[in-house]
Ligand binder design. Sequence first.
Ligand SMILES: [Zn+2]
Length: 57
Amino acid sequence: MKMEDIQKTQTLKKLIISDVVVKFKCPNCGKGLIIRNNKERKLGLGWICPECGYTGP
Ligand SMILES: [Zn+2]
């Protein structure tokens, strides 16, 4: 394997990790679908339910 190929693979892995998306139903109304990515979770950003406006950590 060439050095260049190894670097490409590592970059790709980083991209995949940063793009991890978590989907879950709103715990308040059970209707709204919350979609969060790994970056937002790391930054500790809150989310808001599109259905009822419930916010969470
Ligand atoms: Zn909700």
